[in-house]
Design a protein around this ligand. Sequence first.
Ligand code: ADP
Ligand code: MG
Length: 700
Amino acid sequence: MSLDLFFQPRSIAIVGASRTPGKVGYEIIHNLLVGGYEGEIFPVNPKADDIEGLRCYPDLPAIGSTPDLVLIVVPAPHVPAAMESCANVGVKAVVIITAGFKEVGEQGADLERQVVAIAQRENMRILGPNCLGLVVPGCKLNASFGNELPPAGDIGYVSQSGALLTAILDLATDAGIGFSKLVSIGNKADIDELDILRALADDPQTRVIAGYLESVVHGDEFVREAEQISQSKPIVLLKAGGTEAGAKAASSHTGSLVGSEVVYESAFSRAGVIRCGSLAEQFDYAVALSYQPLPIGTRVAVITNAGGAGILAADAIERSALTFAKLDPATEKTLAEKLPPAANVHNPIDVLGDSLADRYEIALSVALDDPNVDVALVLLTPQAMTRPDDTAHAIVRVNAAHPDKPILAAFMGADKVADAIEILRAGKVPTYDGPESAVRTIRALVDYVRWKQRPKRVVKLFPVNRHRVERIIDRHLRRDQREIGEMESKEILEAYGFLTPRGSIATTADQAASIAQQIGFPIVMKIWSPDIVHKSDVGGVRVGLNSAHEVRDAFDLMMYRIPQKAPDATILGVLVQEMVRTGREVILGTKRDPQFGPLMMFGMGGIFVEVLKDVSFYLAPLTADEARQMLVNTKTFHMLRGVRGQEGVDLDAIAEALQRLSQLVTEFPQIQEMDINPFVVGPPGVPPIAVDARISVEKV
Ligand code: ADP
Ligand code: MG
């Protein structure tokens, strides 16, 4: 069902209308009137005759017709009755502004369930409860108790926090930023972020979708749909509640649970969502996307009247891994002809401190005509001779003449550039408070373009032995064993094409010695116990044992010492294992997120993983490109690739292993978590080995 009744209602009733300024039931009517809403407004309140000159009705049936949209502001305990009354007159769209539902605890949650049940029974849609309402500037519709109506524009905004939306409205009005729609989704009892995302995706007035979210309801679906939407419209999100402290605040705030930071990071990057660290950053990105075309490349030309500002920009460009455009000789020649001799005609183009508007206009225009330039960044500092307003007008003219390449401006200062900034904004040139935020924005645009041009996702399927894995997992689950130990985890891995060291179990010192002799020295001995997860921690790993004698001694020592260190552990024996040649130790892992599914991990392995935390994540299933990118995203990558004359390792083999693992967890939803640590990798041609592994499973 479309949300048109919400966005273009021909008539609105307010249940709980009030005559008292300061009350929500009054403010919302006031906002509708001041905003210039052109449809009919029906205040509903049995105790009032008229509100702000509008006839007031005792109840919904008294109106005599069915309003397109009903705004409910009565106290929470009365909301179910109000919903029933809506149902009676055939209302299909309701905004419940009232708070006091899920976010206040079990009693509120109960009330919310009642409300949702009525809506489902009657095929009604609800926005809220506990929300600020919605605003459609283009229709002069301000159905909120927020501030005044912002200008109309093409940014659609969805917010999980009503209060934040008031700040956004204020900021936006001040900065002259226009919106197509602003929607406060509150507790998302019915309409959630995905519904709004879909509506904004289909909305011809919306060019950029932006939002503030504390949680995502259906992770899988969100990723799938956002990925599709991002292909045509950028989605710019501010996601709060990612860190542990933030998560606590979020749950007491809207009563919803939030996933962990990395999961969202991975989900957003899969879906092409542009993630922002702050509201300011979000506005920076959204406005650029709204006003300007996307860059086709990474080459930035800087035009400045101050050397220092140019250097700051150059630093920022370098740090962001963008390219400092190398101007075409023809461009430099033209610049040399048209600018004073002291001007710098190389990038950054310095039009000098005494530049008026004309030099800016020439330099910017010539730079944009250069085929080696993808983006222009105009910097201005208000020096004695500077004419900020004229310069702003000049830039706006050039902008209009060059609709194909993005222009961003940073007029640095305060009072002296305030009017100029207004002029730039009115002319759809996004402005930034300095080169750093402008460059960060260019980076975000470039990343988005890259994402849009990514190769089609093809997930490779390897031939594997699923049956063998199924047997092991089923056996564990039947016995209610959630942890699969090293031996059987490796069996599972072998079924998916991994190589593991040869070895077997021994329960006596003599048996250990004879297995060792069969395998050949040196060998490794590891404790075998279902209760010991980290074997090294209890002295349960001995590497480099070189004789039957050493093996027997090591066995006796483990049997003596480990029960002292881990008195509760059941010790079944030891694993006598081939010692693999040295190589680099990396970790491959996975953890299933209840919202988004399995998350893959890659990083620096060994026994210091938790200390170094040099790891990267991505959502399964992985493509070859994504697996490769996971490697690149760690610091370990540079070591693995080979530094200072050291030979690199087989990176493709690691990427393939990640894809095989991703296939394993995708095919077996029972797998909750697993580690291969260490995964020992050697130079190209030498197959890597899964030296240690553990898997935890759950019934699904
Ligand atoms: P845990 O992680 O439970 O402490 P591991 O099996 O990962 O135990 O062993 C700890 C370390 O011992 C590994 O990181 C690796 O350096 C080394 N190691 C373990 N098994 C072998 C083996 N078969 N060949 C070579 N080195 C090994
Ligand atoms: Mg290990």
